[in-house]
Design a protein around this ligand. Sequence first.
Ligand SMILES: [Zn+2]
Length: 244
Amino acid sequence: MKEQLALLEKLQGIDIQIDIHEKDLARLPLEVQDIARNLVGLRREVAETRDRLQTTELTLRKNEQDLAVEQEKIKRSERRLLGIKNQKEYNALTREVNLGKKVAGEIEDAILKLMSEIENDRKILEHKETEYADFEKSLLEKKAEAETIDTGAKKALRVLNSAKKRLTEAIERDYLKRYENVRRVRGNAIAETLNGTCNECHISLPPQLNIRVFKQEEMIICPNCNRILYAKPENIPEYNKMEE
Ligand SMILES: [Zn+2]
């Protein structure tokens, strides 16, 4: 039994490492995917901002042309005013000039607003482009990291799995079955006893049970978490060893 327990404990050590590598293998592609998804979102935002900026710039140019036309009209009317003798005609043209000035003022306001929108969007675009470049860089880095870890993990798993195969061949079927069953439910199947408690679920073990764990003559199950209890040789008191 003693050897069997030691083998099971060794098996658990290997299983823990296998789990770590398998988690890495599952996790890294998801992380790469996550960055790639962010990158796609950012690319769309950059394109949208660029489109909006272009539209605003076109509107600005159109407004500048309108303003020039309006100002030219005002200038023409003002020149004509100088030559007019008829009061009625003078008043009508003055109204026209004033109206033109009002329109020009409105266009100028619109131009200022558009200019501030453009300035704002240029800042946003610059910020997003920097962010995009950063994400692109981290995607490449993450891909390289994933490849390295992938290769390492697969290599380690080959070694670990063949070690596991050798170990399980040396473990009795019933013990192995128990181990696998508890492991499926609890994540790990072997619990070390420490100072009279199960080191996994932390329940205090009845002293007689603890002594039976020390003796290692049979498989002892934690009454609370059902894990197989195991004591490291250095934690077994000498008098228990002597009783063997
Ligand atoms: Zn327990």
